[in-house]
Design a protein around this ligand. Structure first.
Ligand SMILES: Nc1nc2c(ncn2[C@@H]2O[C@H](COP(=O)(O)OP(=O)(O)OP(=O)(O)O)[C@@H](O)[C@H]2O)c(=O)[nH]1
Ligand SMILES: [Mg+2]
Length: 349
């Protein structure tokens, strides 16, 4: 039997929650991947098992440093993660790499795509690389990077590196689940700051100017000055933290040690000032809100007549037949009326 065939058999196997938990705790990468596929699923039977699994691993979660990495396409995020990950491993740490990709349904974005395989990092025993869900959460995969992270933490990973893929809402999603937000900047032409959305500058904790070499060192220094000036106009996210702007090359492994130090310094500061816990509590609340919406929408969609009403009211809203908020209210009222009559019917049985 070929290895491919064995892998196929393995992929189609079902595992009990206990088997998955044991695999996660032993650091079995195949079973970790299986567990992640389970929490990514929107199917209701999978959700039941996923919740059961997450409940058991919960006591083993929360101990990692969660790092978000953003930057325009081609800024060098994957290259950075590959070498930064190896640096952390050489410091005795275990590293998991995830991606947040709200647009993956469209561009099949994957951090294991042809361009960047993170080949060297992938060979490391102490690294785990998970591409973003291939069908995107509009196509049925939920926004579960947070839950995926919990599984990686239960498996003992010390650093979780999350790459934003695509542009737009991914930065907000990643900032909402990480402890430190790193912005990779490349030196552009002329009007340096135009490309930087103010929103990103408000979220960022550490800036790394990438692709710096002897030829463009002066330009990089100018970019650094401009960034620093821009930062002066932005209210600080964390008191007592001056956002460092570092220079280097992800490809040539230059300046990454400094980033590693700054990240750890930032985490230490947050822990000392209780901000670390405080922010994590806020993030957990946001996850709660996300899942309330997710489960309510799921319940609605399982009920055909409700789904029809949903489509109808949405159509009215988009055609501006009436105010979208009015349509939403009408729809929710109908949903509540229907679910009350369903529960009355079941009481009568
Ligand atoms: N010269 C130079 N090239 C670099 C450096 N870092 C990355 N690159 C190159 O830039 C290109 C894009 O790098 P990636 O790491 O794929 O960038 P990315 O930000 O992950 O790109 P997307 O995932 O497509 O958004 C690759 O060809 C890298 O080899 C660097 O420090 N110097
Ligand atoms: Mg990439």
């Amino acid at each position: 039997m070929t290895i491919q065939r064995l892998i196929l058999i393995f992929e189609s196997m079902k595992f009990s929650t206990e088997e998955l938990v044991e695999g996660i705790r032993l650091g079995n990468k195949r079973l970790i991947a299986k567990a992640i596929t389970l929490v990514e699923s929107k199917k209701s039977e999978h959700r039941i098992q996923a919740e059961e699994l997450l409940k058991i691993v919960m006591p083993f979660t929360g101990k990692s440093i969660r790092v978000g990495i953003t930057g325009v396409p081609g800024a060098g995020k994957s290259t950075f993660i590959e070498n930064f990950g190896r640096l952390a491993i050489s410091n005795g740490k275990k590293v998991a790499v995830l991606a947040i990709d709200p647009s993956s349904a469209i561009n099949k974005g994957s951090i294991l795509g042809d361009k960047t395989r993170m080949e060297e990092l992938a060979k490391e025993e102490n690294a785990f690389i998970r591409p973003s869900p291939s069908s995107g959460f509009l196509g049925g995969v939920a926004n579960t990077t947070f839950e995926t992270m919990m599984i990686c933490e239960a498996a003992g990973y010390d650093y979780i590196l999350i790459e934003t893929v695509g542009v737009g809402q991914s930065e907000v999603l990643v900032a909402d689940i990480t402890d430190v937000f790193l912005f990779l900047k490349i030196i552009g032409g002329g009007d340096e700051l135009q490309g930087i959305k103010r929103g990103i500058m408000e979220m960022v904790d550490v800036i790394f100017i990438n692709k710096v070499d002897a030829d463009n060192l002066q330009k990089a220094k100018n970019t650094k000055l401009e960034l620093k000036r821009a930062l002066d106009f932005i209210p600080p996210k964390e008191k007592n933290w001056k956002i460092p702007v570092l220079l280097g090359s992800a490809l040539n492994n230059e300046g990454l040690g400094e980033v590693f130090e700054k990240i750890n310094e930032f985490i230490d500061l947050k822990k000392k000032t209780q901000r670390f816990e405080e922010v994590r509590v806020q993030q957990a609340e946001k996850r709660f809100e996300y899942w309330v919406q997710e489960y309510i929408l799921g319940m609605m969609k399982r009920n055909n007549s409700v789904e029809e009403a949903y489509i109808e009211h949405k159509k009215n809203a988009s055609a501006m037949v009436s105010n979208p908020s009015t349509e939403a209210k009408l729809f929710v009222e109908k949903f509540l009326r229907d679910s009350r009559s369903v529960s009355r019917d079941s009481e009568n049985i």
